[in-house]
Design a binder for this molecule. Structure first.
Ligand SMILES: Nc1nc2c(c(=O)[nH]1)N[C@H]1C(S)=C(S)[C@@H](COP(=O)(O)O)O[C@H]1N2
Ligand SMILES: [Mo]
Length: 197
């Protein structure tokens, strides 16, 4: 029984309103990374967009910070069953980087420094439901949680919220990312328990 860590004391608080099925609430903020934490300086960070026709756009740190900024309060739901409620972030709505982009694509594949990828329907990252965040709890986003910038898509399981995000490709056909090619659901809605396959 020694493998149960103290982070899982929240297990009693199950099936509360606002908590998706099968999730328990924790006060901790566990770090889940498939590899080592890449260290990217803000001065070296660039976000790139590529459309299905090959058109590209790039934002360095200063240009990115001149985009509209929003404060976001969101509940996080990890497929490994923990949820963390009422987290505070600040960043750029994905709408702002896609503003004026000419595309017929219906899907997006996000890329991270370090090689991680995750796929989402474009409609899930538009309409004020996804952000490129650079602050957590009023401070610079720490590297272990994806700083300098991570994707935040709180209405889907947290594996969709790519840490150390470096770009997005707009694609006509859905294409599985890192975890989606290893058995995770293509979409990942926690309210429908879209956990696997
Ligand atoms: N680049 C990258 N992003 C990632 C991951 C990763 O391994 N690499 N893990 C994902 C998974 S499975 C989860 S649950 C969350 C964890 O975010 P956290 O470490 O800030 O809690 O990040 C997601 N984003
Ligand atoms: Mo995860």
């Amino acid at each position: 029984m020694g493998i149960v860590s103290s982070g899982f004391q929240g297990r009693r608080k199950r099936d509360l309103p606002g908590v998706p099925p099968g999730q328990y609430v924790t006060e901790d903020f566990p770090v889940l990374s498939a590899g080592p934490t890449p260290r990217i300086e803000r001065d070296d960070w660039v976000f790139s967009l590529r459309t299905e026709s090959g058109t590209g756009r790039h934002w360095d740190w200063n240009v990115f910070m001149s985009l509209p900024q929003e404060d976001v309060t969101a509940d996080l739901h990890c497929v490994t069953s923990w949820s963390k409620l009422g987290t505070h972030w600040r960043g750029v709505p994905v709408d702002a980087v896609l503003n004026g982009v000419d595309t017929q694509a219906e899907f997006a594949l996000f890329y991270s420094y370090g090689g991680y990828t995750t796929n989402l329907p474009l409609s899930d990252v538009l309409g004020g439901r996804a952000w490129l965040v650079h602050e957590f709890d009023g401070a610079d986003l720490p590297p272990e949680h994806g700083g300098p910038v991570r994707l935040l898509v709180p209405h889907l399981y947290l594996w969709k919220s790519a840490k150390w995000v470096r770009g997005v490709e707009l694609i006509p056909q859905d294409r599985p990312g890192f975890w989606e090619s290893r058995g995770y659901h293509l979409h990942g809605d926690p309210w429908r328990e879209e956990r696997y396959g």
